[in-house]
Design a protein around this ligand. Structure first.
Ligand SMILES: NC(=O)c1ccc[n+]([C@@H]2O[C@H](COP(=O)([O-])OP(=O)(O)OC[C@H]3O[C@@H](n4cnc5c(N)ncnc54)[C@H](O)[C@@H]3O)[C@@H](O)[C@H]2O)c1
Length: 340
């Protein structure tokens, strides 16, 4: 089986490259990544050691993409600029990379007759929905879930727009050109190999800062760290994608919400407590009440549909998952410290 993983030198893409190479016998996997992240080159060297070549190509350039002669049975699209605030500042760049990039990948799917697994995002849902659900959570102590039928209407960030528009294009290419697809709308993902920043990868950033004793800030939504997320660990994501590949011919042309679910929810303030316990360090966390119009207070995924179709549930529990990341940080400290 020939597989192209776009964004293969990023956090999720590289994890998938290594995992699928081990799990699928005779798989020929290549990565396509333009090295837009500081750690992409570092990951490309690690991939090469496992026999996975990266094509240094910007997927938003038709000309560059057409130079890749490798034809895939499946393209797993993990390339995007995933930070919401970046999409507010560098709007046209993000539109180009995330949306034009998807168009070009879909064209390649059409020509090469490849299937596609598209990594979408919880940010396709409008910002106001998150405030509504957060209120329900606080007032009624009820965990309101996002599912595939939750309304998508309303402003959602430019990043979220590129993801929703990409989803719609995937559906159009399937309808018009028989490109088979699976779309996964992921919530917050973390795991080994994530180099968290304030705008993306909050869990690993929080752990890293505790480990290295660097101050942090609770920003927005009252400035007390009350924001809520469900957390999915990348090992569980890998296992799900493998299931999806194996059963692709039976289960296809579907959209799924995927996340840690209500058993893996955490507030930022609770994350602080867990990071303190795991690292043994207590750091200064200041409070900033300014809330970005792009920040959301709440997201928790419903796993009903994904569980029904694949009998899949995330296995990694929060504390053990965090310890695993912490051990990876300690072990690789010298190589990875430049990327945080
Ligand atoms: N990390 C999360 O919590 C999360 C949650 C939901 C969805 N997602 C989605 O999963 C995918 C992977 O996210 P990640 O966390 O691994 O991000 P990442 O930034 O670590 O990886 C993305 C990779 O894509 C590459 N890339 C970006 N634009 C490109 C382009 N135009 N051409 C070629 N390569 C390009 C980057 O160089 C990088 O290596 C993204 O599509 C993201 O939207 C991530």
């Amino acid at each position: 089986m020939n597989i192209i993983i776009t964004g293969g030198c990023g956090f999720i893409g590289s994890n998938l490259c290594f995992f699928l190479k081990k799990k699928i016998k005779n798989a020929r996997i290549v990565s396509v990544d333009n090295f837009s992240k500081s750690y992409s080159y570092y990951n490309s060297k690690r991939l090469l050691k496992s026999g996975i070549k990266n094509y240094k190509v910007d997927i938003s350039s038709t000309k560059s993409l057409s130079k890749i002669s490798f034809k895939a049975d499946l393209i797993i699209d993990c390339s995007a600029e995933p930070a919401v605030e970046t999409s507010r500042i560098n709007t046209s760049k993000v539109l180009n990379s995330n949306l034009v990039g998807t168009i070009n990948i879909l064209e390649k799917c059409k020509i090469d007759k490849s299937k596609i697994i598209f990594l979408s995002s919880s940010r396709i849902y409008p910002v106001r929905e998150s405030y509504k659900k957060f209120k329900e959570f606080k007032n009624k102590k009820k965990t309101s879930l996002y599912d595939e039928d939750t309304s998508i209407l309303g402003p959602k960030t430019i990043y979220g727009y590129t993801k929703l528009a990409s989803e719609m294009l995937v559906e159009e290419y399937s309808y018009c050109y028989d490109v088979d697809y699976i779309i996964n709308r992921f919530g917050l993902i973390t795991g080994e190999g994530q180099f968290g920043k304030v705008e993306q990868g909050l869990i690993s950033l929080w752990l890293w800062r505790h480990y290295r004793k660097i101050p942090l800030e609770y920003k927005g939504h009252g400035g007390k760290g009350e924001q809520i997320r469900d957390v999915l660990f990348v090992d569980d994501l890998n296992n799900l994608i493998l299931k999806q590949i194996i059963s692709f011919d039976k289960i296809k042309n579907q959209i799924f919400c995927v996340g840690g679910g209500k058993k893996n929810i955490i507030s930022l303030a609770n994350l602080t407590k867990m990071c303190q316990n795991i690292t043994g360090n207590k750091i200064t966390i200041t409070s900033n009440k300014d809330t970005s119009i792009y920040d959301i207070p709440y997201y928790v995924s419903s796993l009903k549909k994904i569980n029904k179709f694949y009998k899949w549930k995330p296995k990694q529990k929060m504390n053990k998952g965090l310890i695993k990341i912490f051990n990876w940080m300690k072990k690789n400290n010298n190589q990875i410290k430049f990327f945080f």
